[in-house]
Design a protein around this ligand. Structure first.
Ligand SMILES: NC(=O)c1ccc[n+]([C@@H]2O[C@H](COP(=O)([O-])OP(=O)(O)OC[C@H]3O[C@@H](n4cnc5c(N)ncnc54)[C@H](O)[C@@H]3O)[C@@H](O)[C@H]2O)c1
Length: 309
């Protein structure tokens, strides 16, 4: 293994407990610590997860903020979630205070610790966490648009697979990214999307596609889930468990994650190489002028919010 595999999850709500469950199924961590300001929430989740412990030897227990600060990886899910119709950016006031408390309570950090931000608005909170934690930037990043990109690939696989057994392409053979904000101003990088080296824009099914409506569908999927069941958690849990797998095994997959991007002078998602030290490298993806302009507008909106904190 590339690094130790003690993982702390801050926030034992729907997202935190689902991440713990996904990690348990992956059998990748030696120990998972759940930390929350509500002790009953931790106790309940630990007891419930213990019923699934026969699946793996991963130990799940409640922990303190100080113990979390000494783990190998800390995932921050603590925070208010969106209400129906509320945007992610509207959570900033409440979740900034929580993040500030959480980081303060975990210090001093294990200097090699990786801090993975999941709470929303994830891009703004990642920027704040980079400043507050004092850890190297490469070790502090957010889940960003990895989830949105998974949603996109699923959608495109279905578009390309109308008659799946003849023309269908496996989802993981489609290389396409949602970039920028994990939120309303995200963009789909159509110009660089490909399957088997063939640009997706050259596939007749994709040429016929209403791209604006696909972009809206992907950006609003979370709103639809929240409207129907109050919260989203399985998708992000799957994504975070994959990211932790990649870090622990130093797999160096390319994932769109929230990190500081010099060209746009802001924190949002671009494809990065993820390994045991965190973000090993940012991939300079080629984008059309129109895509870059949209990202510049998104960056300036995010930057003006970050400047307040
Ligand atoms: N990045 C993504 O793709 C993504 C996806 C889904 C949800 N989220 C975000 O994840 C966050 C959590 O969502 P949820 O559905 O689990 O909410 P939830 O209300 O179920 O759980 C939040 C938990 O955080 C805890 N908490 C609050 N303040 C704390 C503190 N100071 N220290 C420790 N714990 C604290 C609460 O007690 C609660 O148990 C939200 O901000 C939501 O928007 C992000």
């Amino acid at each position: 293994m590339g690094r130790g595999s003690r993982v702390a999850i801050i926030g034992a709500g729907s997202v935190g407990s689902s991440i713990a469950f996904a990690l348990l199924l992956q059998k990748i961590s030696s120990e998972i610590l759940l930390v929350d300001v509500v002790p009953e929430a931790v106790e309940g989740q630990v007891l419930d997860l213990s019923d699934a412990n026969f699946i793996s030897s991963t130990q799940v227990r409640g922990g303190t903020f100080q113990e979390a600060g000494q783990c190998d990886i800390v995932v921050i899910t603590a925070g208010a979630k969106q209400k129906s119709g509320e945007t992610r950016v509207e959570l900033i006031e409440r979740n900034y205070k929580i993040l500030n408390n959480v980081i303060g309570s975990m210090k001093p950090f294990n200097p090699n610790l990786i801090l993975l931000i999941v709470a929303n608005p994830v891009d703004i909170l990642t920027r704040i966490a980079q400043k507050l934690s004092g850890l190297p930037e490469r070790q502090v990043f957010g889940s960003g648009t990895f989830l949105d990109s998974s949603r996109l690939r699923l959608k495109l696989a279905s578009v390309l697979g109308v008659i799946i057994w003849i023309f269908g392409i496996a989802e993981n053979a489609i290389h396409s990214y949602v970039l920028g904000e994990h939120g309303d101003s995200q963009i789909i990088a159509w110009s660089s999307a490909h399957a088997g080296g063939k640009p997706l824009l050259d596939f007749p099914e994709i040429q016929k596609l209403d791209k604006e409506s696909v972009a809206k569908e992907i950006a609003s999927k979370a709103y639809k889930i929240i409207e129907l069941k109050g919260a989203t958690y399985f998708g992000i849990a799957g994504c975070v468990s994959m990211l932790i797998h990649c870090i622990v095994l130093n797999q160096r997959h390319i994932r769109p994650l929230s990190t500081y991007i010099k060209e746009y002078d802001c924190v949002f998602s671009m494809p990065v190489v993820l390994g045991s030290n965190g973000i090993e490298r940012i991939i300079d993806i080629s984008l059309s002028e129109e895509e870059k302009n949209k990202l510049r507008r998104s960056a300036s909106a995010l930057k003006s919010i970050c400047a307040k904190y």
